[in-house]
Design a protein around this ligand. Structure first.
Ligand SMILES: Cc1cc2nc3c(=O)[nH]c(=O)nc-3n(C[C@H](O)[C@H](O)[C@H](O)COP(=O)(O)OP(=O)(O)OC[C@H]3O[C@@H](n4cnc5c(N)ncnc54)[C@H](O)[C@@H]3O)c2cc1C
Length: 383
């Protein structure tokens, strides 16, 4: 007899969303994480209105904005020169992941998931996970929400991610005494990394500063980070930065196998232009959980992947379009043209902003971009 209906591995945004949704709908859920909560996760902590609306839908309450810094302004830079500052933009919420993830994890336990945090997995098989202490859990469906270094993805596909296409980010937390977040606007620096960007995000007691982009064209991301810190007037030698992989558009077309599903970073569901991952993690966790519930309801756990793929299709399609559009923004040979257009065109700035804020979906953007692009660029995109 299985101990649980669903085992969720990883209790970040994807796993906590999956566990909450499944437990709320009557499933017996085990939520497993190698960390004890609260635990930190390297992240800019930008929580968009898209994240907020998914949060409301999945956790059944509005996000507590008193725990975040909400800004309505942002400045864009390139190579030390300001391109534009926008005010009165849609709200951008800046959170601390230590706090956010702990809240999500608590919601999952309140919904009825069983707590297996601080437990280390030795082995995964079709319906079982074996902990290093020799105990085991059984369930007809497993959901791998264990982040970019997913051991569930490794179990299924031999590797957690593709080293050629993966992204990578470096970050530091600058204490408030060094940089006053009230005075500093939210800031994005195009070109701070190749095929990527830099960011400076004000928080309640600090500022999160980072650079990130595709890993392959940035063999020395630390040099980009040092340069970026100097641009911001910070001493790169005085701080130790941390790094983390980011599946920056590196999503898996087949996110699982039969009764084992992958959600969030484990499935590579991160926006290839903005780097947003929290919203897609929560949403894919919810969809994975619903697919698992439907498969269990039909008495056919192995149909879970087929059901999941069907409902995940729209999200994957959006990310595929974004991966194509990314070339216009980040490809070094077009970067000059992009930044010139960005500086001149209010329409482009507003579109980028709405994208960042989670207001605009890629199919809409693609239609508008395609209508404006010269033919030679269109042909290059198709290649
Ligand atoms: C530098 C950087 C900046 C970013 N900034 C932003 C941002 O500002 N806004 C945004 O929306 N997104 C941002 N992202 C992306 C975002 O952090 C991720 O997309 C998001 O955290 C994915 O959530 P997840 O639940 O899939 O994975 P995670 O948040 O990584 O959670 C995975 C969980 O699985 C657990 N786990 C891992 N391995 C195991 C194991 N073997 N056994 C059991 N448990 C395990 C971990 O402890 C963790 O709790 C950023 C990413 C990086 C790297």
């Amino acid at each position: 007899m299985p101990d649980f209906d669903i085992i969720v591995i990883g209790a970040g945004p994807a796993g906590s969303a999956a566990a909450t949704w499944a437990a709320k709908h009557g499933a017996k859920v085990a939520l497993v994480d190698k960390a004890m909560f609260p635990r930190n996760k390297l992240c800019g902590g930008l929580f968009t209105e898209r994240s907020r609306s998914y949060y409301c839908e999945i956790f059944g309450r509005d996000f507590d904005l008193s725990r975040a810094v909400t800004r309505h302004d942002i400045s864009f830079w390139h190579d030390g020169a300001e391109l534009a500052t926008l005010t009165d933009i849609p709200p951008l919420h800046l959170t601390m992941r230590l706090d956010l993830d702990n809240t999500l994890f608590e919601h999952a336990l309140t919904a009825g998931a069983s707590d297996f945090s601080g437990r280390h997995i030795a082995q995964i098989s079709e319906n079982e996970i074996l902990f290093k202490d020799g105990t085991a859990l059984h369930a007809p469906i497993l959901i791998g929400a264990d982040g970019v270094n997913s051991i569930v993805a490794k179990h299924l596909f031999g590797a957690s991610f593709n080293t050629e296409t993966i992204g990578f980010g470096l970050e530091i937390e600058v204490p408030e005494s060094t940089q006053n977040p009230v005075e500093k606007p939210l800031r994005i620096d195009f070109g701070a990394a190749t095929w990527g960007y830099g960011w400076s995000f004000p928080k309640q007691n600090s500022t999160t500063v980072g650079v990130g982009g595709l890993r392959a064209p940035n063999p020395d991301m630390k040099a980009h980070m040092r340069h970026y810190l100097k641009t911001l007037g910070l001493d790169p030698e005085a701080v130790k930065f941390k790094g983390h992989h980011l599946p920056f558009g590196d999503f898996r077309p087949t996110p699982g196998r039969d009764n084992i599903l992958l959600a969030g970073d484990a499935a590579g569901l991160v926006d290839p232009i903005t780097g947003e991952g929290i919203a897609f993690a929560m949403k894919s966790g919810q969809i994975a959980a619903q697919s698992a519930l439907d498969a269990l309801g039909a008495g056919s756990p192995k149909t879970a992947l087929r059901r999941y793929q069907r409902t995940l299709r729209d999200m994957q399609r959006n990310l595929r379009i974004a991966r194509t559009l990314r070339r216009i923004i980040f490809a070094p040979r077009w970067q000059g043209a992009f930044t010139r257009t960005f500086r001149r065109s209010g329409t482009v700035r507003v579109m980028y902003m709405r994208l960042l804020a989670g207001e605009l979906e890629y199919p809409q953007l693609a239609r508008s971009v395609v209508a404006r692009l010269p033919r030679y660029l269109l042909n290059a995109l198709r290649r």
